[in-house]
Design a protein around this ligand. Structure first.
Ligand code: AQP
Length: 334
């Protein structure tokens, strides 16, 4: 049914309760591709273990992330929704691509530097080679387009370099993917430290809006958001906090920065923060309701996982078989 369509792939780590950053930077944009592309949306649990996880929580969040994909509008009949560790081809191709990825390239990755600083007692090899697993995720499906937040741009550029390097040696094995980065909400910042990305693993709960936070919590967190000592709702030097709130408000209401400046002209930060909180809560209301319904049905989620894994595995096997042949592995039946 999906023959001849170009491919979209993206993934989210079940490494915490998903944030407004994950939603506006990535998941909210996924369903727009379902008509035109063959879409693979993956819960990347193998990436999540590059940082130590509680096994029971990782399992629960894997189900929850799948349920959230659907609650955010991804229809499992029109998208392949699956869990990374259910398709072993990801690990197999990652190993092969590790051998085509340079130490110097991996050393330059800013996410590796950031996460190493945050997890100084666990700077493991998986954290270092994370980008070649990500390249495997993408290249396995001959992906054309990868919708991600801007923080993943560097990893995606490395995926392109790896694909080009491999193709340069063996001929056109991989499609070279392009990033799709949203224009207004590519990087949602922390509400407590607007110079830092909003991250699901941030220990400060007030810094992060969770997709599943209830209305009062959302409104309260926005009221407390760090801004500056001024009172004008506009962008400018030293106004990163306000600019972040303007991007969020723009992303959920569809209003431009100019329209937002006009709407809040002379009204002060209090009014603006309340409006942002209410608009975000309104936009997440339906997602929360759908999530509650879907997450209660574990059996259904497992059916979706099984169907997704089998569809993904079939497509992945085609690319992996070709790659193994190209690098010179023998093939026997047993
Ligand atoms: N703050 C953000 N603004 C816009 N987009 C974001 N994304 C993440 N944070 C923001 C995008 O969400 C997708 C899934 O991200 P991920 O699960 O791979 O992990 P991450 O980028 O490492 O996100 P977190 O929330 O910061 O996770 P932790 O705390 O576990 O490291 C990606 O497309 C990402 O760009």
């Amino acid at each position: 049914m999906f023959q001849d369509k170009k491919v979209v792939f993206s993934g989210v780590q079940p490494s915490g309760s998903l944030t407004l950053g994950n939603y506006l930077g990535a998941i909210k944009n996924f369903s727009a591709f379902s008509d035109e592309y063959r879409c693979y949306y993956c819960v990347v649990d193998m990436h999540a273990i590059t940082v130590r996880q509680n096994p029971a929580e990782l399992r629960r969040r894997t189900y929850d992330t799948l349920a959230l994909y659907m609650a955010c509008g991804l229809d499992p009949e029109r998208n392949v929704l699956f869990v990374q560790s259910h398709v072993p081809a990801h690990a197999e191709l990652a190993w092969i691509l590790d051998c085509y990825t340079m130490f110097g390239e991996l050393s330059r990755m800013t996410q590796f530097k950031d996460k190493s600083a945050k997890n100084a007692d666990n700077i493991n090899a998986g954290l270092f080679t994370y980008p070649s697993l990500m390249a495997a995720d993408i290249l396995l499906y001959q992906t054309e387009l990868v919708p991600v937040g801007v923080d993943q741009k560097q990893h995606l550029e490395l995926s392109r370099d790896i694909a080009n390097r491999f193709n340069g040696v063996y001929g056109d094995v991989f499609v070279v993917p392009e990033p799709y980065i949203p224009t207004t909400s590519a990087k949602i910042m922390s509400l407590a430290e607007p110079s830092k990305k909003m991250s699901k693993s941030d220990p400060n709960e007030n810094a992060v809006i969770r997709i599943l936070d209830d209305r009062d919590t959302i409104v309260r967190k926005f009221k407390r958001a760090v801004t500056d000592s001024g009172c004008e709702v506009r962008r400018g030097e030293g106004k990163e906090g306000i600019e972040n709130l303007m991007s969020i408000y723009g992303a959920v209401t569809g209003k431009s920065f100019d329209e937002i400046e006009r709407e809040f002209d002379g009204r002060g930060y209090g009014d603006f923060k309340l409006a942002v909180g209410e608009a975000v809560a309104d936009s997440l209301e339906g997602v929360r309701r759908e999530f509650a319904r879907l997450s209660a049905d574990k059996k259904y989620l497992e059916e979706i996982m099984a169907k997704g894994a089998s569809e993904a595995a079939r497509a992945a096997a085609r690319t992996l078989g070709k790659v193994k042949k190209k690098v010179g592995f023998t093939d026997i039946r047993y």
